[in-house]
Design a protein around this ligand. Structure first.
Ligand SMILES: Nc1nc2c(c(=O)[nH]1)N[C@H]1C(S)=C(S)[C@@H](COP(=O)(O)O)O[C@H]1N2
Ligand SMILES: [Mo]
Length: 542
């Protein structure tokens, strides 16, 4: 009996693995080809939303620490890591349900019939289907999506019951003695064949999916080419003539779109169709409106603004910061059109992925630059970055600035934003920060008998600007760096300092001061709840 129980658990887990992997691949196909739901991501997104804020934050922090520990670029790999976790979570779920199923039948000494199989399918599938339908961003109707998931989960259950009959149940029927060897051989043969079939489906599926994903990327960039306007590219940058040339190895002053960091709460970006998108402006307004994208683009003056945006969860020196040209209509112009009623105090801005944030209307009294933004780099907003509409609020971390906006309600009551509910700062004003990007020893040059090494990086303090950047070597005196004129008053500043070369190991630290002279906070503090502070440094061996 003991042996049978153990055998049941092990073989069950094994069969579960062999059947869950192809199930996931089939789901992936349905998703890529027909926009059907992909439950592993939905499940993961749901877990992230219902878990208490501190648990989620701890999870994200640990993941990021681990990635930094092994030297991965967080901005590049965070989503990949999340997606991998989502797949593992679903896979483990399938394995556990299968193992329990085998163990349960073992206790009953039963042979799995079709009904048992269907029950297993329901056990794994029912919660997943309910969760997926409640959260999915699939482009098919819930009935089609639901039916598809039900069919696949039931098929998974039936296959599991079949695997049970061919393995453990066969063992019980065979009884003891010499037949045991025969059934063990049979079982092994069956599992090997099942394994081969599963591996074939999974590997071939992954290959074809990778191929399809490549096609998709190409079509996305092709369509953004077609939409290309004359803003941005083609026109020289406003600081093109600035004499301060960035030290070689400094990040690009204008971030290539494909390299711009991207952060969103879901495993996958939210896809909204321009054709059926409207922006309702409701609540305490004189004239409730429903604006199409065309309305927003054509009814209001167009504003272009070079903007640096950064994420509050970044550490000192983070890659979660980027600069591009934002294009949009001023929020104030749109609100003037709607007419605010007496008592209007906040905007409750909602988004297609369930994200939401609150804007205090008091801010608009002193800050007219807030944009409802539909363009980046002269293109329509990329899907990852909030197509068709996002907001820009100067001086705030990204978390205050919803992408994929689907509604603006004018209210008299304050509602915490998505991340504020999860204990992040409700104002989220960007902290001044400065970063060493490069100590370009390979670009050393002779100047008046001295060997000078260009050192450089960026400094950023929202629209408060940067008035000074200083560098020190090995804890020595602070030396003033040269500042390149920024692309605009709302972007980072590129700085450069030429270091009189000395052999050996050296540590370079940088600090900055805001436009009005306020020094950056040198005291080390983690990102939570208001954004990281402390000095960035870079150590070299020359
Ligand atoms: N709808 C929506 N908007 C959002 C988010 C989100 O998850 N959903 N994340 C916010 C956060 S935390 C940041 S840092 C910025 C990132 O913008 P980017 O991806 O274009 O760099 O988007 C903000 N707006
Ligand atoms: Mo963020």
């Amino acid at each position: 009996m003991e042996r049978a129980k153990r055998l049941g658990l092990v073989v069950g887990a094994f069969a579960g693995a062999l059947l869950t992997a192809p199930l996931m691949v089939v789901f992936f196909f349905g998703n890529r080809l027909f926009g059907l739901p992909f439950p592993p991501f939905d499940l993961f997104d749901w877990v992230g939303r219902v878990l208490p804020g501190p648990v989620v934050t701890f999870g994200i922090d640990s993941m990021i620490d681990l990635m930094r520990l092994v030297g991965l670029d967080v901005a590049d790999t965070a989503k990949l890591a999340e997606r991998s976790l989502a797949l593992v979570q679903f896979f483990v779920g399938g394995v556990v349900v299968a193992a329990l199923f085998f163990a349960f039948l073992g206790l009953r000494r039963a042979r799995a019939g079709h009904l048992d199989g269907l029950a297993a399918g329901v056990l794994l599938g029912l919660p997943v289907v309910v969760i997926s339908l409640s959260i999915s961003q699939a482009r098919v109707s819930p009935i089609v999506g639901g039916a598809w998931m039900v069919v696949l989960f039931l098929a998974w259950g039936l296959a599991l019951a079949w695997a049970h009959r061919r393995t453990v149940a066969a063992a019980e029927a065979a009884g003891g003695g010499g037949e045991r060897a025969v059934e063990a051989l049979d079982r092994r043969r069956f599992l090997v064949r099942l394994g081969a079939a599963s591996a074939t489906v999974t590997v071939a599926g992954a290959g074809v999916a990778a191929f399809l994903a490549r096609g998709e990327r190409e079509s996305v960039s092709a369509s953004s080419m077609a939409h290309r306007t004359e803003t941005g590219k083609g026109t020289p940058f406003p600081n093109a003539m600035d004499p301060v040339v960035p030290a070689p190895g400094t990040r690009p002053e204008y971030t290539p779109l494909k390299d711009h960091y991207s952060v969103f709460i879901r495993t996958e970006p939210t896809v909204l169709e321009a054709a059926d998108w409207v922006l309702p402006i409701t609540g305490l307004v004189e004239r409730p409106m429903r604006l199409t994208l065309e309305d927003i683009r054509t009814k209001y003056p167009v504003h272009d603004q070079y903007v640096t945006i950064s994420c509050i969860s970044g550490r000192v020196g983070t890659g979660l910061i980027g600069t591009t040209l934002w294009t949009g209509a001023r929020l104030a112009d749109v609100l003037a059109d709607a007419g605010l009623q007496e008592g209007a105090r906040y905007l409750d801005i909602t988004a297609g992925d369930g994200y939401h944030e609150t804007l205090d209307l008091e801010l608009l009294e002193t800050e007219e630059r807030v944009l409802l933004c539909y363009g980046w780099d002269g293109h329509p907003l990329p899907v990852d970055h909030g197509f068709p509409l996002r907001i820009w609020i100067p001086d705030r971390y990204g978390m205050k600035q919803p992408k994929w906006i689907t509604g603006i309600e004018v209210t008299d009551t304050y509602r915490k934003g998505y991340w504020v509910e999860r204990k992040w700062d409700k104002n989220a004003i960007v902290k001044a920060t400065s970063v060493v990007d490069t100590v370009a020893v390979q670009a050393a040059a002779e100047m008046n008998g001295e060997t000078l090494v260009p050192v450089g990086g960026i400094a950023f303090a929202g629209v408060r600007g940067i008035s000074r950047v200083e560098v020190r070597v090995d804890g020595g005196p602070w030396q003033e760096a040269r500042l390149r004129a920024p692309l605009s008053e709302s972007t980072w500043v590129v700085w450069r300092w030429d270091w009189p070369f000395e052999e050996g190991e050296h540590t370079f630290e940088v600090r900055c001061a805001e436009g009005d002279g306020t020094p950056q906070i040198e005291e080390k503090h983690g990102n939570r709840p208001s954004g990281a502070s402390g000095l960035d440094h870079e150590t070299i061996e020359a």
